[in-house]
Each structure stands twice: as C-alpha cells, then as structure tokens.
Design a protein around this ligand. Structure first.
Ligand code: NAP
Length: 344
C-alpha cells in the first residue's frame, strides 16, 4: 500500500527519519507491504517543496546537510504551511518543527489542519501535545484518524505504547525520571571534570540540542515531558509554565562539588505524583546517591521509574539514545497507523 507523507520540519529529526525511510525502504515493502513516500517537505528558511511521485530523499538529505535550499527537489510550496497541509493529498503529516512553550503555536495549527482535512498525524513535537492533547485526540477519534506521539518522551523507548497499548489496568501513582538528554550529558561532562560549555557543545554535535538551547538548559523540555506524562498517563491538566522548574543553567559549582564529595551525582529529576484528585509535577536538580535506580543513568541516557498500584515499581532505561532513536519512534508510529492502530 502506498502511503504519502508530508514532513513539516527537516532538521535533525526530520532528516534522521528520512534516512531511516531510505535505509528501510525494501524491508517496509517486503515485510509490511508499505510503500512510504515523502510527497512534501516544509521548512521555515530552506524552501518547501512537493512532488506527487515522491521526493528524492537522498538528494534532499545532501542538500540539507550542505545548508542549501530544497527548491530543486520539486514544485515550490508558497503561502502559509497550513494552506498547503489542508490542500495536500498526503495521507500522513509528520510534525517535527521546533518546541515552543505557548498554547498558540504553528505546530498545533499544522496538526489541526491535517486532522480536519483527513490526514493522520505523527509527531515528536511535545508542544502541541502538552497543551492540546485532549482536543487533538478527540478530533482524531471522531474522524477515525491516527494521532501518535511516541517520540515526544524518551525518543524511541515505548513509553506511551507501553502504558496505553500493552499494559491494561495499572494506575500510575507517581513517576520520577531523567528525561532531558542534553542536561544529563552536560551534568555527566561536568561530573567528569569538564565544563558546562563543553557539555553543551557535545549535545549540539549530537543533534540533541533544542532549536532554542534554553528549552533544554532552563529545564523547559523536561518540564514539558513531565506534564505530558502527567496529562496523558495520569489524567492531569498541567501547563508547563505553572510547574515548579529548575534548569541546570542555574546550578552552582559549589552544589556540584558538594554532591561529588558525598559520592552522589547531581541529576535533573522530573517528577509526577498525585495529591488526592490532583496530579502535580516538578523538575529540579537533585543529588542522587549511589544505589538509587537513576544513579547509573549517565550521558545522553534517559530513564523513567514508575510506581503503579498493580505492577509495583518498575523502570525503563534508554541507554545513549541519539536522534536516530527519535526517528525510530516516528517509524514505529508510521507502522502502527499502517496496521490500523490509530492511537497508542
Ligand atoms: N533533536 C532531538 O533529539 C529530539 C528528540 C525528541 C524530540 N524532538 C523534537 O522534534 C522536533 C524537531 O527537533 P529538531 O531537533 O529536528 O529541530 P531542528 O533541527 O531545529 O529542525 C526544525 C525544523 O523545523 C523547520 N521549521 C521551523 N518552523 C517551521 C514552521 N513554522 N513551518 C515549517 N517548518 C518549520 C525548520 O526549518 P529551517 O531549518 O528552515 O528553520 C527545521 O527544518 C522538536 O519539536 C523537538 O522538541 C527532538
């Protein structure tokens, strides 16, 4: 079956997904009878193009990696992206534009335009999901369309799939986790004697840094993820700007040293918990002692420790993910929709 994909965003994640499609083209056809073609790419400053037969992805990747525009790949798309999204004959919108902390943001409009014009939506963009989860989910349900967002938390590790599709029944009482790879990499670098700036540079080289680095370093990314888990998996109604948040940018060398001399490691910990009927969340820098389940989670690794009423406590760990693992989340969501599993 042919599936036409419209990609909104061709940065680190969009390109990694395109690489995966090129690499797995024959396997998708053989094992899943899926002929997935990217028929449009939207960017902010590097041109937006469409080609009904499918865009030449290896060429698109070469152009993007050279910083060139995509104009030569097909017909130029002019005007606001939402007009094109509505008009496009694509079957699926994959939304991977930058994270923004605001209820009003282009990515929400992209998703609403896709769903109201009959297209499935897959995203790794946390912003629209954290602010508009119920609206997007309900609209997709009413229209019998897919809405999947596995890549929004812990990249390719199946967090939403696990709780919403695989496990039925356990109620999450609380969670704590290391959810921002950049912060953890910077903290690990500093713990080993490197500087804050060296850690940030390593994250940039790996393609992990958000478009606006403050999203990672001021704790916004982890806060949005904590809210997402609280809202989607625990029925909360949190907005990131109302959640107590401490970024690693404000961490003093004295606090790092105090933790080190006590044999502990400073970690950026995202938490969610219940207080009666209310769900709460926070992100803070904490000294984690040896023996704690999050102590060994170093570098870009991330982990989620969940306490439930039926399964007791258990932990998901993703060792050293990169942008390829986020692309895998989009890939697995694509296969899920292809198989008729429209939501996690
Ligand atoms: N990087 C990761 O490891 C990672 C992991 C999990 C989730 N995510 C999420 O994935 C999303 C993308 O991240 P990224 O690292 O790929 O970002 P990125 O490298 O900055 O790429 C963003 C892309 O979106 C385009 N864009 C920006 N505004 C747009 C608009 N209004 N309409 C259409 N295109 C627009 C940009 O175009 P120009 O380049 O022309 O400006 C660029 O192609 C973010 O929401 C992020 O939170 C990222």
């Amino acid at each position: 079956m042919r599936t036409r994909i419209l990609l909104a965003g061709f940065g680190n994640v969009g390109r990694a997904f395109a690489r995966l499609l090129v690499e797995r083209r024959s396997e998708l056809a053989r094992a899943h009878q899926l002929d997935a073609r990217v028929v449009g790419i939207l960017t902010a400053h590097h041109g937006s193009v469409e080609r009904a037969e499918g865009i030449d992805l290896p060429k698109a990747l070469r152009l993007a990696e050279d910083g060139a525009t995509l104009d030569s790949l097909g017909r130029a798309i002019r005007g606001p992206p939402i007009d094109h999204i509505r008009r496009s004959r694509a079957d699926i919108l994959i939304e991977v534009t930058p994270l923004r902390i605001a209820a009003r943001q282009p990515a929400v409009d992209h998703m609403l335009a896709a769903l109201t014009s009959g297209k499935h939506v897959i995203t790794a963009n946390k912003g629209p999901v954290v602010y508009h989860y119920r609206r997007l989910r309900d609209l997709a349900r009413r229209r019998h369309l897919g809405f999947r967002y596995e890549g929004t938390v812990m990249d390719g590790a199946p967090v939403f799939n696990l709780f919403q599709e695989t496990l039925h029944g356990p109620r999450i009482e609380s969670f704590e986790g290391i959810l921002n790879s950049t912060s953890n990499l910077v903290l690990t670098t500093m713990q080993a004697g490197g500087t804050y700036d060296e850690g940030v540079e390593r994250a940039r080289e790996l393609g992990l840094l958000e478009t606006d680095p403050a999203m990672d370093l001021d704790g916004w990314d982890a806060t949005v993820k904590a809210c997402l888990l609280a809202n989607v998996l625990m029925g909360g109604r949190l907005r990131p700007e109302h959640v107590p948040r401490e970024g690693i940018a404000s961490l003093s060398p004295e606090r790092m040293e105090a933790a080190r001399s006590a044999g502990a490691r400073v970690k950026s910990i995202a938490r969610g918990w219940r207080e009666g009927r209310i769900v709460k969340a926070s992100v803070s820098n904490e000294a984690v002692p040896p023996g704690h389940p999050l102590f060994p989670v170093e570098g870009t690794s991330s982990s989620l420790l969940v306490r439930t009423d039926m399964l007791n406590a258990f932990q998901i760990v993703e060792w050293n993910p990169g942008v390829r693992q986020t692309a895998y989340a989009l890939y697995s969501d694509l296969l899920a929709i292809h198989e008729g599993r429209l939501s996690p």
